[in-house]
Write a protein that binds this ligand. Structure first.
Ligand code: COA
Length: 277
């Protein structure tokens, strides 16, 4: 697939050679892609089609050398109000299991992306939406954000790793309290329990996410990719094995030009110019 054009949305008119999506759109500016889940009449609920499109667009962005960071957000009053309940009302158990695996795989793509990924949570962030946000590297929440894993209210459990990522973020007791009750959490509570890292005025959310991404992308690209992998993989390992991984990565980074540049820039009291090599 061709790289996406900088500063352009993926629409048929502007970029005829790139795919057109029904449930989302992407805009790229200054090396940062903003992926907007865009089915506001259904509060951006995730159907199988939406997940397929998410897979496809993440593959394209991952391969695009001009994209260094990704911000995920939602159109309208929701980030994502969950898996598509209407669609789920008609599926059998095997289709449901496939749907779950498909969502999990899409969200692993976010978690394991080479890029930093910020969730800019603008509103309802429920069920699959909360699972999507938790698969991002961290969450910036609008004051209007509402989080929750309400699956138990539907006689269900999360299907896109909510039962696993939520306890890792907020601890097992708080996660179980939220999963068992299905209650919602406002932005301030999300901040307090460690689900969100910052709460922002609704109008400032996207700008704040871009500003945060710019701050991150000013650092060494290899270091960013490496530290993300160390956190994600190390968290699943025993401390000493994770420590070995860290020591090896630490050593490996000393073979990069970026490390030499970073240290030289500090000693010269100037801003580092990283090349990703
Ligand atoms: N799946 C499918 N459609 C959904 C949806 C979902 N998860 N969440 C919202 N929608 C649809 C509604 O059915 C409605 O469609 P309609 O206009 O064709 O009737 C539209 O989005 C707007 O939602 P509505 O409920 O009218 O908005 P609201 O502001 O009154 O309530 C919520 C917002 C988020 C509280 C409510 O939509 C809700 O509880 N959604 C389900 C949340 C959930 O349980 N998610 C987990 C799924 S596993």
């Amino acid at each position: 697939m061709p790289p996406m054009e900088q500063g352009s949305a993926m629409t048929a008119e502007e970029a005829p050679s790139t795919p057109v999506f029904d449930t989302l759109h992407v805009e790229i500016e200054d090396g940062v892609a903003v992926l907007t889940l865009d089915r506001p009449d259904k509060l951006n609920a995730l159907s199988a089609e939406a997940l397929e499109e998410l897979h496809a667009v993440l593959d394209i962005l991952e391969e695009d050398p001009d994209v260094g960071g990704l911000i995920v957000t939602g159109a309208g009053k929701a980030f994502v109000a969950g898996a598509d309940i209407e669609w789920m009302s008609e599926i059998d158990p095997l289709t449901a299991a496939d749907f779950s695996r498909m969502g999990q795989a899409a969200f692993f793509k976010l978690e394991e992306s080479r890029m930093p990924v910020i969730a800019a949570v603008n509103g309802y962030c429920l069920g699959g939406g909360c699972e999507l946000a938790m698969a991002c590297d961290f969450i910036l929440a609008s004051e209007k954000a509402v989080f929750g894993q309400p699956e138990a209210k539907l006689g269900l459990v999360p299907g896109f790793m909510g039962s696993q990522r939520l306890p890792r973020l907020v601890g097992t007791a708080r996660a179980k309290e939220l999963l068992l009750s299905g209650r919602t959490v406002d932005a301030q509570e999300a901040l307090r329990i460690g689900l969100a890292v910052e709460v922002v005025a609704p109008d400032a959310l996207l700008e704040r996410a871009k500003e945060k991404m710019k701050e991150i992308l000013g650092n060494g690209p290899i270091a960013l990719e490496t530290v993300k992998r160390l956190v994600n993989q190390g968290y699943e390992l025993d401390k000493r094995t994770a420590g070995s991984m860290e020591a090896e990565s630490f050593g490996l980074l000393f073979s990069t030009d970026d490390h030499a540049e970073g240290i030289a820039a500090f000693l010269d009291k100037r801003k580092a110019e990283f090349t990703g090599e």
